[in-house]
Design a protein around this ligand. Structure first.
Ligand code: UDP
Length: 313
């Protein structure tokens, strides 16, 4: 049993990580300032004696009393509309927040996991993306608040590893979806599912030929914990290599929902990556991990979740 701090613990991904850690008998201290996370995601854990929650912005000094074995840094707005609305907070949480969490890990002799992202590859010119690829990021574009904050977070994490010798795990997360995504989160899966369930038009940005690779949250969390428990430093891509165009996703969502929503085309956001697909050779070979849940099954489970919240009723 370990005592693990999860920042962003009330978020979509963070709350699923808290669940998985509690399920395996770990003690969890979740930290979140609830800017994009929600107490509803973790309220089922409040009665558990192995779980505690601190409402705090990690851009400010972070302290957790008692022993800590691992710090998992998952705090940040992660949806493009989310970080575009909060560019300065996003830069602060990725930079100052990561520095504070590294300081906590160092003081406690804990290992540190950084939740980085496929966005460090920017609009990639290498396909699929291997961890060796340095990326193609516009440093002053609208997405730079997220991309560059995450690139800085990787740089300071590896510097702490080299200079202070703390064990670190640099994780690059690709598009993840599933239950507990917010209906108004703005990402493509939640938008399309909510639109299809409500009989509203499906908003495809651009011509829909851009691609993404979607990983169901249960697979993603299993990969993340395999990495945490390993001795690898990374970076390691954790994502599902199944690649789909956004038009294909729109078709699949309407089909699975059984919706007659029509597609409407809207402007492609500035610097929107044209293609994205993880090379997961490292995850397979070093962690023995690969995703198991196909997009159709994952969508069925995600749609069921949104239905259970009353959407489309
Ligand atoms: N997208 C879309 N319609 C939407 C939301 C997003 O066509 O309602 C597109 C978006 O332009 C991008 C892709 O879907 O090409 C994935 O967007 P998302 O915001 O989910 O995540 P990203 O991978 O861009 O961070």
């Amino acid at each position: 049993m370990a005592r693990i701090v999860v920042t962003g613990g009330a978020g979509f991904l963070g709350s699923h990580i808290c669940d998985a850690l509690i399920d395996r008998g770990d003690e969890v201290v979740a930290i979140d300032n609830l800017v994009t996370g929600s107490a509803e995601n973790i309220e089922h854990l409040f009665a558990n004696e192995n779980f505690s929650f601190v409402n705090h912005d990690i851009s400010q000094y972070v302290w957790v009393p008692g022993e800590v074995d691992a710090v998992m840094n998952f705090a940040s707005p992660a949806s493009p509309p989310g970080y575009l609305a909060m560019p300065i907070q996003t830069l602060k949480v990725g930079s100052l927040g990561t520095h504070n969490c590294l300081g906590l890990a160092r003081a406690k002799g804990a290992k540190f996991m950084m939740a980085s992202t496929s966005e460090v590859y920017g609009d990639p010119q290498v396909h699929p993306q291997t961890e060796e690829y340095w990326g193609h990021v516009n440093p002053i574009g609208p997405r730079s608040c997220y991309d560059e904050a995450k690139r800085f977070s990787e740089a300071i994490t590896i510097a702490y590893h080299r200079y202070h010798d703390i064990p670190v795990r640099i994780l690059r997360i690709f598009n993840t979806y599933g239950p507990r995504m917010r209906a108004d989160d703005g990402r493509v899966v939640s938008n399309f599912v909510v639109q299809a369930l409500s009989g509203e038009p499906i908003t495809v940005y651009g011509d829909g030929s851009q691609t993404r690779s979607f990983c169901f949250v249960e697979d993603e969390v299993r990969g993340i914990l395999a990495f945490l428990d390993s001795d690898e430093t990374g970076p390691i891509n954790i994502g599902n290599p199944g690649e789909f165009t956004i038009s294909e996703l729109a078709e699949l969502v309407t089909e699975v929902v059984g919706s007659d929503s029509k597609v409407v085309y809207e402007d492609l956001p500035v610097d929107d990556p044209m293609q994205r697909k993880p090379d997961i050779t490292k995850a397979r070979e070093l962690l023995g991990w690969e995703p198991k849940i196909e997009l159709r099954e994952g969508l069925e489970r995600t749609i069921e979740y949104f239905r259970s919240t009353g959407i489309g009723a």
